[in-house]
Design a protein. Structure first.
Length: 136
């Protein structure tokens, strides 16, 4: 890692589901010791309502979040870039740690369909937090 407080960037296409959930879950798991960002290659207008509901169930409120456009600078500033289905739209820079998490897209799903995706992201995020916190 290049910083005392590692920076993780979660990227998906719309920044309305998977990456929003991952960022919020890592914020919680990292306890303020990890800088967390998320973005999308083609951001939606708003966070998926079923994602909002699924996250409220575990006491995380994403209502104030807005999808953000992926920028070169966001990638350059990150130590770890976690992609979730953004394909070739994600820029690659030497020296960055990249991880691809093949996860179902919650777009068009109800809260019952989002829960298993949320829970899988939570499992992966907890593992990532443990790894990052062990080396800082």
């Amino acid at each position: 890692m290049t910083t005392e407080r590692p920076t993780v960037l979660f990227v998906c296409i719309h920044n309305a589901g998977r990456s929003q959930m991952a960022a919020a879950l890592l914020e919680r798991a990292g306890g303020g010791h990890i800088e967390v960002r998320s973005a999308g290659s083609e951001p939606a207008d708003e966070v998926n309502p079923a994602v909002l509901e699924a996250m409220r169930e575990i006491d995380i409120d994403l209502a104030a979040e807005r999808p953000k456009l992926l920028t070169d600078s966001a990638v350059r500033e990150a130590d770890v870039v976690v992609t979730m289905g953004c394909g070739d739209a994600c820029p690659v820079y030497p020296g960055k740690q990249y991880r691809d998490w093949p996860l179902d897209d919650p777009a068009g799903l109800g809260v019952d369909g989002v829960r298993p995706i949320r829970d899988e992201i939570d499992r992966r995020v907890r593992t990532l937090a443990e790894e990052l916190l062990a080396i800082t």
